[in-house]
Design a protein around this ligand. Structure first.
Ligand SMILES: [Zn+2]
Length: 241
């Protein structure tokens, strides 16, 4: 008796799974699918769409092609110009190079980096920095203070230099030190990480938001070397702290 009920339950579950698979396949593959592009795995990245579980793979795909990466920057309203590849050595280079001077809304001092790093940074600013600033600080961010992307050097640790090259050596990383708000007030990680409640909330929420767009996000909570900046990169490891 029990086994008959178990078999009947299994058949029902399998039937429901099969029906669901057919519905999902239909939504994904039919021409003119009603699925929004950001929820359709066959459609390219929609840089302005909220993060979902498909965003990381769509972002990787967009960044794998210089033209589609530039198109995504344009969709976000990023001000940029293309530059030739910078080939210093096998370990040190900037491929698919761009120079950005404004993110979606915030100004940024001219930053030479890969198109991929620029796109991840711009999506972070669009989806995390600006909305969180309005919610926590009551105003938008007018300027993001960057302290560099490309730097041909080894990884630094609290015990000194290591023998592994930094993601900065290929501009696959970027460091952010602070912000200027719409009213002109400046806030920095060094001075305001433990500032007012609003500043603390802003800093921690945008650190967490960075983890949606970069594999590694390091803040003052990581170690003393990051007391004054966020480090974002897209290296092999994954860390968010
Ligand atoms: Zn860094």
């Amino acid at each position: 008796m029990v086994s008959r009920i178990a078999i009947r339950t299994s058949v029902i579950i399998l039937s429901l799974c099969a029906a669901l698979a057919v519905i999902v396949a239909g939504l994904v593959f039919i021409p003119g699918s009603p699925l929004p592009d950001e929820w359709n795995p066959r459609k390219p990245l929609v840089a302005t769409a909220a993060h979902n579980f498909l965003t990381p793979s769509k972002l990787r795909f967009a960044i794998s092609d210089y033209q589609s990466c530039q198109a995504a920057l344009t969709d976000l309203g990023v001000k940029f110009k293309t530059l030739p590849d910078k080939n210093v050595s096998e370990q040190c280079h900037i491929l698919d190079q761009v120079q950005i001077s404004r993110l979606s809304q915030a100004q940024i001092s001219p930053l030479k980096t890969t198109c991929g790093t620029a796109l991840r940074l711009a999506m972070w600013e669009y989806h995390a920095v600006q909305p969180v600033a309005k919610a926590s600080l009551g105003q938008s961010v007018a300027r993001v203070s960057q302290i560099g992307s490309y730097n041909c050097r080894a990884i630094r640790s609290v015990n000194g230099p290591t023998d592994r090259m930094s993601e900065h050596a290929t501009a696959n990383a970027v460091d952010i030190a602070g912000f200027q708000l719409a009213d002109g007030k400046r806030i920095s990680l060094l001075k305001n990480w433990n500032g007012t409640d609003g500043q603390q909330s802003f800093m921690r929420q945008i650190r967490d938001g960075g983890c949606n767009y970069f594999r590694i996000t390091l803040s003052p909570e990581y170690n003393a070397l990051h007391a004054d900046h966020f480090h974002f990169d897209q290296g092999r490891w994954s860390s968010c702290n």
